[in-house]
Each structure stands twice: as C-alpha cells, then as structure tokens.
Design a protein around this ligand. Structure first.
Ligand code: CO8
Length: 258
C-alpha cells in the first residue's frame, strides 16, 4: 500500500478508506492533501477489488477548509496555475461511490469536499459551512454550485453570504447530509454503507452513480435519455442475468463483478 504524506489509506474487504491526517491544521486542504487524496482515490477507483470508498477526517475536523496559510500570499495567476481546481475535479470524477464520514468541522473546502462525495454521513458533532466570505473570498471548490443543488438557493445563499455554520441536525433537515449518527458510531456506519454498496455488481453501481451525477449536471430530458441508455446497457451483463435469476429462485445473487 502506497504511503502518503497527508492521508492514511487502508483497504478493508472491498472498501477503500482515506483518512485526512493533518491534525495540527484541522485537516486543512493544502496542495499536498489534494495530490494525495486524488492519487489514493484514483488508485482505489482503478482497482476492481474495490467497490466503495470512504473519506473521513478526525473527530474534531473532517476538514476546516482549504489551507489559508498556503493560499494567503498567492496571486490570482498562482491560483489558476497551481491547478488545484483540476485536481479536485479529478476526485469528483471517480466512478466508484464515495462516502464522506463527517465528524466536527466541514468548512469551506471541507464542506465542498464532502459535497464531491455521493453520500454524506454526519456525526451529531458535525458542523458545515462556507465561511470564505469572512476571508474576503468565495467558495472555490464547488460550494456556490453544489450547495444550491443540495439545499436550494435561499439557504445556500444565506450560508455563503454570511459564513454562518450549520450543525448536523440543520444540515440533515436541509438535505445536505444523507443521515446523522452518534459520533461514536460514525465510522462503523460508514463502513456498513460502503460494504453494502461494494456487495453489488460493479457495472450497475458505476451506472447508477453516473446517472445520479447526470441529474446534477443536465436537463431532465438529457438525464432521462442518459438513464434509459445506461439501464438498457446493463442487460448485456452476466450479473443482470444472475441478479434476476437469483430473485426468481429466491436466493442471494452471486455476482461476477464484485
Ligand atoms: N487553513 C490553515 N490552517 C487552519 C485552518 C485552515 N483552513 N483551519 C484551522 N487551521 C489551523 C489553525 O491555524 C490552528 O493552527 P495553529 O495551532 O498553528 O495556530 C489549528 O488549525 C487549530 O485551529 P484553531 O486554533 O483555529 O481551532 P479552533 O477550535 O479555535 O477553531 C475553526 C476551529 C472554527 C474551524 C477555525 O480554525 C477556523 O475558523 N478555521 C478556518 C475556517 C475557514 O475559514 N475555512 C475556509 C478556508 S478557505 C476555503 O476553504 C476555500 C476553498 C476553495 C479553495 C480552492 C482551491 C482549489
């Protein structure tokens, strides 16, 4: 298993785990974190033995944002040429479902990283926000776009324009998090969700994620066209035959691709 400077990685069964590991900086996302997370997620994504990925942080912080100290002296040209935007876009594009297990602060880039994932499980201690406005900047890793799609314009606008944080309960009511669990159970729950996904047939999981992604990015008509095609394409897989035969024969399916 590759060693990374700012994250820990582990494979448990068919689940790849990425743990942000900059405790002194509340897991602030610097360029090394970006490179490490992208490399680890890409490696898991290319491994047919992996069916789901969990990204988590520490009890105190999922991630308290992009690294302010690293960004402070940068020019706009530095920001563009540094290509962190491209790196994070690569993370958002992995085919394998990613579960964010969020405990403590998920602020700025931390909230945006969680929103690049497919499922957000929050500990009851989690706090979400886009406080960039307090630094005289704005969200830069998707916050203005993904937050609106998740919780609607008016709530997103209030958070982005005031920098206010939401606790886990408010985030769940708003639709930002999939589920809130007691902090002590967060990692177990994330593991269970990931194992459940990883037990399915991989081509259908990839197709489902791609169709869900399409819904975030395109019109209803385009999305429906995409879904119809993806649905039909799965009927050429052995796993579809096995899944439907197993239903008819009242047994568990034994998928080839998992
Ligand atoms: N960057 C760098 N260091 C950080 C960050 C950060 N985002 N957050 C915390 N730290 C460091 C602190 O400086 C401190 O270090 P030190 O002990 O050396 O002084 C250590 O972590 C602990 O932090 P605090 O002492 O502040 O802990 P508190 O419990 O008092 O406060 C908070 C916790 C409320 C989370 C506070 O740390 C805070 O407000 N952090 C900043 C939150 C923030 O503004 N985040 C947004 C950053 S901007 C951003 O994310 C832009 C995203 C788009 C980037 C696009 C690039 C591609």
């Amino acid at each position: 298993m590759t060693e990374y400077a700012t994250i820990l990685t582990e494979t448990r069964g068919r689940v790849g785990w990425i743990t942000l590991n900059r405790p002194d900086a509340l897991n602030a996302l610097n360029s090394q974190v970006c490179a490490d997370v992208v490399a680890a997620a890409t490696a898991f994504d290319r491994d047919p033995g992996i069916g789901a990925i969990v990204v988590t942080g520490s009890e105190r912080a999922f991630a308290a944002g992009a690294d302010i100290k690293e960004m402070e002296s940068k020019t706009s040209l530095d920001m563009v040429m540094g290509d962190h935007f491209g790196g994070w876009a690569q993370f958002a594009a992995v085919r394998t479902p990613v579960i964010a297990a969020v405990s403590g602060y998920a602020l700025g880039g931390g909230c945006e990283l969680a929103m690049m994932c497919d499922i957000i499980l929050a500990a009851d201690t989690a706090k979400f926000g886009q406080p960039e406005i307090n630094l005289a900047v704005i969200p830069g890793m998707g916050g203005t776009q993904r937050l609106i799609r998740a919780i609607g314009y008016y709530k997103a606008a209030e958070l982005v324009l005031t920098g206010r944080m939401m606790d886990a309960a408010e985030a769940e009511r708003a639709g930002l998090v999939s589920r809130v669990v007691p902090a002590a159970e967060l990692l177990d729950e994330a593991g269970k969700v990931a194992e459940t996904i990883a037990s399915k047939s991989l081509p259908s999981v990839f197709a489902a994620k791609a169709a869900l992604d399409a819904a975030m990015e395109t019109t209803l008509a385009e999305g429906l066209r995409f879904e119809k095609q993806a649905f039909a394409s799965l009927f050429d897989t052995q796993d579809q035959k096995e899944g439907m035969a197993a239903f008819r024969e009242k047994r568990q399916p034994d998928f080839e691709n998992r």
